[in-house]
Design a protein around this ligand. Structure first.
Ligand SMILES: [Zn+2]
Ligand SMILES: [Zn+2]
Length: 331
């Protein structure tokens, strides 16, 4: 029997179609072959991108020239514009505002042939530091309410350039999905005086059924009601509402993140994937109800009419099975 499962946080229902139980090999994922051609993110081509906002490079090495190990610059084709005011207006019953925001790109490595899964551990840590610094900086802009860090890897996941990179978008609003999680977390906290994410983590660590991996500071789980096969969440084990909390160390987070990505690569043949960092909005600050985390989804199934029309996902792989495949992946 297929099973209807409700996500305990936002209350989103999904369909786990158990009897179709797909194994990793059943997903034909177009392998990410590097196609070559001109790459604006490769060293030597710095002049083709907007000037860098920050970079990790040896002391004395001039900006916008080779020698960097990581580079952050504005997106050449931004989804939102950085200059101007919000211009909130009404038009009859409708509300609107200008498309103000920041859209930045983190080039994770100068090496065109590596990925976030295969760059050295120190480089993966640096990517997280770059996210941290940029989020902290963008927070100072009072027009912004939220900063979303996300990654599209592979064409099917929305990447237009194959050189590995992560994106950052600062928004004048809180995105709907984050708002849903936040409101639900607040309700749970009011009712139980506990963080719902902490409750989920405790239960998953205890049962081990959907546990993929843990290190000292973090845990990776297949959520109880995943929208897609191999959906994976990484959460700090100790309650922490903001990704940008002070006294941060990123070595353990980099380790678990790279491990999950290598497990994807191993069992799903280097699939296209997306990830997002969900953190407490600026306005909520440090709090007891929200728990920041990373959500990762390999792009194995297509969003079709039913999902689009209902917000209701059909998932052919139960999370207990995907967690088992991930645990057993030899990396
Ligand atoms: Zn490149
Ligand atoms: Zn928590």
């Amino acid at each position: 029997m297929p099973e209807l499962r409700k996500d305990p946080i936002v209350g989103r229902w999904v369909i786990i179609s158990v009897e179709r139980g797909k194994r990793p090999s059943d997903f034909v994922s177009p392998s990410q072959r590097k196609k070559g051609g001109f790459c604006p993110f490769c060293p030597g081509n710095e002049y083709t991108t907007p000037p860098e906002i920050m970079a990790f490079r040896p002391p004395g090495s001039p900006g916008n020239s080779p020698g960097w190990t990581l580079r952050v610059m504005p997106n050449k084709f931004p989804a939102l514009q950085i200059y101007g005011d919000l211009g909130k207006t009404g038009e009859g019953i409708f509300d609107k505002m200008n498309g103000i925001g920041a859209h930045e790109v983190i080039v994770e490595t100068p090496d065109h042939n590596l990925s976030l899964a295969t760059i050295p551990a120190k480089a993966a840590e640096d990517v997280l530091w770059a996210c941290y610094y940029r989020m902290t900086d963008l927070r100072k802009d009072e027009r912004f309410k939220y900063v979303l860090v996300f990654k599209n890897e592979g064409e099917a996941a929305g990447a237009t350039l194959e050189h590995t990179h992560t994106q950052i978008i600062a928004l004048p609003i809180i995105p709907k999905l984050v708002k849903e999680e936040l409101d639900a977390a607040k309700r749970h906290y009011e009712f139980k005086e506990r963080c719902i994410f902490c409750d989920v983590i405790n239960q998953e660590l205890e049962s081990g059924k959907r546990l993929i991996y843990e290190n000292a500071g973090y845990v990776a789980i297949a959520p109880f009601a995943p929208r897609a096969p191999f959906e994976t969440w990484i959460l700090p084990k100790k309650h922490e509402s903001m990704f940008t909390a002070p006294d941060k160390s990123f070595s353990e987070l980099a380790e678990i993140l790279q491990r999950i990505l290598r497990q994807f690569d191993r069992i799903l043949d280097t699939p296209p994937y997306n990830f997002v960092i969900h953190t407490s909005p600026f306005h909520d600050g440090v709090n007891d109800y929200y728990h920041w985390h990373i959500e990762l989804v390999p792009k194995l199934t297509k969003i079709a009419g039913f999902e689009w029309g209902s917000g209701f996902y059909i998932n052919p792989t139960p999370p207990e099975e995907s967690a088992k495949f991930m645990r057993e992946a030899k990396i």
